[in-house]
Structures are given as structure tokens and as C-alpha cells.
Design a protein around this ligand. Structure first.
Ligand code: ARG
Length: 472
């Protein structure tokens, strides 16, 4: 490895050795911030020239030089020098190599402390948008499916035991609303990142007459930080985004778990597309839901990313500490894992086959109309606890005889309780059970149709938010 290149040569007579260089470097991780680093430097240089801090000609060559570097990085022809500690040094030293002394003026009134905070915030805004977009795509798939299978009845579960029948669309929309809250958290992380730290310099501000508001406007930040010490050491926006990622992964892991269960022979509610399944190297008959399992499994990593970040930040004194260089790896991992997982779940949902008949059949088992029979008695004046007892006995009898509640005759019902009238049997029809749950947010078809309309409206509002912010 080449000798370390450091920007602090003046004060030192010794140089870090190869180990120290490798241990101290972050280029492998933060190279990802190249576009934001260049955008931040161009805005800084323009402002320095406007404020008369550096000559306009220098700012122009800095800008041209940086744009050349940007082109080379994007074309894949930029040779990163591993002797550079991080992306900031890699770009600045290459700039100076290309344009000479003007490049050495770029860092006037700036520190890598406010620079890295600025780059990271710009990056997080962009990534929050990307994740929000992937979230919206998945929610659109849920809305599509919920509309397509609006009328399909399936068993609803508590404790993974059959509880009451629900519409499949209702079940799918439950995930829609979970993910809607995730989108809100992503937007909040975007807003937390939307504050410019540049101009805070190392920790205390700078002696140069910087125009921080001009830089904020140019970079698309809505506000500037109020305290230079806080600005260079605040990573709350990263914690916000990583929490949003972790919780969203937890939600996806729940959906993935259901896809895994539903695709078993025992459930048979769905069949995953071949493209989203894998086979076995030994058992020729196997079709495994690997990708759903991976979404479920990767959730652990992302929860770990959040822990890693929080513990890194814990007990750090003001202001910048090198510990903070460790902030990026978990956050980038959380972002990339969530982006991939949102895409994978969207892919699985959009291509799976729904076995509606199997769901409907499942809805007949489990005595799921029992609550309705008890409700019938309660509505006819029997105290609910007594009604519960009467129906419990009916369920036990049916279970012993291998029959369903729908098999009961009028006479059998009447002998269980004289309150049961001729209309009692209609109450246990599964369609009736579903359609009578008309409370707001309930599973009755009319309520689910209403919910679907609300979901579409929420989706459109989120699409508008992306459109409004993507151009920044
Ligand atoms: N690579 C560093 C980081 O990510 C940049 C800031 C370095 N500042 C410093 N004073 N060493 O945190």
C-alpha cells in the first residue's frame, strides 16, 4: 500500500503505518457519498467566491475540476487511491492534482466535520426518497391485490388459531396501513436530515464571512443548523432513518412469514411464482419460499444496524469524535436491505397465485361463526356470558361429531336455547358473518370498499410527496 496521504503534514514528522492507515480509513464505505461530496463542495466554492473569500476564477476551476471527477467516478474510470482516508480526501487530493493551487483553496472555512455531516444529510434525503418510492410501489401492489380479491373470504386468526372469517382484501390492507406508517417515518427522517450543517466548520464556526443560507438554498436544504457544536455531532437523522428501516423490516418479516405459511401444503392459500421460489438440491419435489425467508431473516440484521448506530453514538462528548465514522456502514446496510426487501415482497405479491377456493374452504372450518351465534342470543336478550356458554357447548358437540356449525338444524339450535329462531341458521353463513361486521374499519364488504378508497387516496398523497421532493 502507498504511504498514507494526510492533510495535516505540517505538524507531523511521523506518518501512520500501514495498519493505522487501514484501520483509520473509511473510503471503502463512504465512497458512496461521492456525488453529495461534490455537490457540497461546488456550493461551498461558489459561495466562497461570491463572498469574496476566494477568487472567482478559482471557484470556476474548482467547479470544473469537480465535475470532471464526478464524470470519471460515474464512468467507472476514477482510480481511487487507497492511501486516501475517506471520500473527502480522495476527491480533494485528486482535485488539487488536476487543477493545482485553486484546489487547495476549496477547504477554506470548512472542516471535514461539517463536510461529512452535510454529505451524509444530502445522501439520507435522497435515500429516504428512494425507500419511500419503493414503499409506495409495494403498497400499490397491495391495493391492486386487495381490489382484485375484494370478495374472497379467508379465515382470520388470533394465536394462529382460526378466529373469525375476514375478507382477503381486508387482510392485505392491514399490511397497507402498517407500511403507510413506515412511509410517514421515512418522511420524518427526510425532514430530520433536511438541515444544513455546513458553515459550522470543525465545531465552533469560522472566521470567514460565509453565507450559510445561500449554500442551504443551493443544496436544497430547508433550514440551517442553529448550533455549530450540535451540527457536527448530530446523527439523530441517521437514527431516525435506521429506526424507520428496522420497523419496516419488522413489518415485512410479518408479511413474509404469512407468505411462507400460506404457501405450505397445509394452508395452500397462495402459490408463489417460480421466479420467487427455489428448489432443493436433493429433494426433486421441493419448492421453497427462500426469498420470503430471506426478508424475514434479514430483519435481524437491520435491527442490529439500529443497535450498532445507537451504541456508537452513546456517551460521545461534544463535538465530533472519530467514533462517528462508524455511523455509515450500518445505516447504508439498513437502507440497502430495506430497499431490496421492499422490492422482493412487491415481486412476490404481484406474481403469486391466489387460491381463493382454498381460502373460502378454510373459512368454513374452525367454528368461526360461533361469536355470531352468541351475538344472536345476546341481541335477543340473553346476557352475553350466558350466550357464550350455550354456544360453547354447541361447538363442543359439533367437534365431537365431526360437524360444523353450518350443519346444525333448526331443531338442534332450538334445543340448545329456545331463543334461537328460524333465522338463526342464516346468522352462521360465512358470507353473513363477514358482511355483518360493519363497524368502521371492520371486514364487511362495504367497509372494505370504503377502506380501499381511503388507501388509494393515501397512496396518491404519498406519490405527490415524492414528486414534490424528487426534483430538489
Ligand atoms: N471520514 C470521517 C467520518 O466519516 C470524516 C470526518 C473526519 N473528521 C476528522 N476530524 N477526522 O466521520
Amino acid at each position: 500500500m502507498a504511504d498514507a496521504k494526510t492533510p495535516w503534514g505540517g505538524r507531523f514528522t511521523g506518518m501512520p503505518g500501514e495498519f493505522q492507515q487501514r484501520f483509520g480509513a473509511s473510503l471503502g464505505v463512504d465512497a458512496r457519498l461521492y456525488a453529495e461530496d461534490i455537490a457540497g463542495s461546488i456550493a461551498h466554492a461558489r459561495m466562497l467566491a461570491k463572498q469574496g473569500v476566494i477568487p472567482a476564477g478559482d471557484a470556476a476551476s474548482i467547479e470544473a475540476g469537480l465535475l470532471g471527477i464526478l464524470r470519471d467516478i460515474e464512468a467507472g474510470t476514477f482510480a481511487f487511491d487507497l492511501a486516501d482516508e475517506d471520500i473527502h480526501m480522495a476527491i480533494e487530493s485528486e482535485l488539487t492534482r488536476r487543477i493545482g493551487d485553486a484546489g487547495k483553496r476549496l477547504h477554506t472555512g470548512r472542516s471535514r466535520n461539517d463536510q461529512v455531516a452535510t454529505d451524509t444529510r444530502l445522501h439520507i434525503k435522497r435515500e429516504a426518497l428512494r425507500l419511500h418510492d419503493a414503499n409506495v410501489r409495494l403498497r400499490a401492489a397491495l391495493v391492486r391485490l386487495a381490489g382484485e380479491y375484494e370478495g374472497v373470504v379467508m379465515p382470520g386468526y388470533t394465536h394462529l388459531q382460526k378466529a373469525q372469517p375476514v375478507l382477503f382484501g381486508h387482510h392485505l390492507l392491514a399490511y397497507f396501513w402498517m407500511l403507510t406508517r413506515d412511509a410517514l417515518r421515512l418522511r420524518q427522517a427526510f425532514e430530520a436530515a433536511d438541515v444544513l450543517p455546513l458553515g459550522s466548520a470543525a465545531l465552533a464556526g469560522t472566521t470567514f464571512p460565509l453565507d450559510r443560507r445561500a449554500v442551504a438554498a443551493e443544496l436544497g436544504f430547508s433550514a440551517i443548523s442553529a448550533n455549530s457544536l450540535d451540527a457536527v455531532s448530530d446523527r439523530d437523522f441517521l437514527a431516525d432513518l435506521t429506526y424507520a428501516c428496522a420497523l419496516s423490516m419488522v413489518h415485512l418479516s410479518r408479511l413474509a412469514e404469512e407468505l411462507i405459511l400460506w404457501s405450505t401444503e397445509e394452508f395452500g392459500f397462495i402459490t408463489l411464482d417460480d421466479a420467487w421460489s427455489t428448489g432443493s438440491s436433493i429433494m426433486p419435489q421441493k419448492k421453497n419460499p427462500d426469498f420470503a425467508e430471506l426478508v424475514r431473516g434479514k430483519t435481524g440484521r437491520v435491527v442490529g444496524d439500529l443497535m450498532s448506530l445507537l451504541v456508537t453514538l452513546k456517551s460521545l462528548p461534544l463535538a465530533y469524535n472519530k467514533d462517528m465514522q462508524e455511523d455509515k456502514e450500518p445505516v447504508f446496510d439498513a437502507i440497502d436491505t430495506l430497499a431490496d426487501s421492499l422490492f422482493a415482497v412487491e415481486g412476490m405479491l404481484s406474481t403469486m397465485r391466489v387460491n381463493a377456493a382454498r381460502m373460502a374452504e378454510g373459512a368454513l372450518g374452525g367454528f368461526m361463526a360461533a361469536t355470531d351465534l352468541a351475538d344472536y342470543l345476546a341481541a335477543h336478550g340473553v346476557p352475553f356470558r350466558e350466550a357464550h356458554e350455550v354456544v360453547g357447548k354447541l361447538v363442543l358437540a359439533c367437534e365431537r361429531e365431526g360437524r360444523t356449525l353450518q350443519d346444525l338444524t333448526d331443531a338442534e339450535l332450538a334445543s340448545a336455547s329456545p331463543v334461537f329462531g328460524a333465522d338463526a341458521r342464516a346468522a352462521v353463513e360465512i358470507e353473513t358473518v363477514v358482511s355483518r361486521r360493519t363497524t368502521e374499519g371492520g371486514t364487511a364488504p362495504a367497509r372494505v370498499a370504503e377502506q380501499l378508497a381511503h388507501a388509494s387516496a393515501a397512496l396518491s398523497a404519498d406519490e405527490r410527496w415524492i414528486a414534490e421532493n424528487i426534483g430538489e
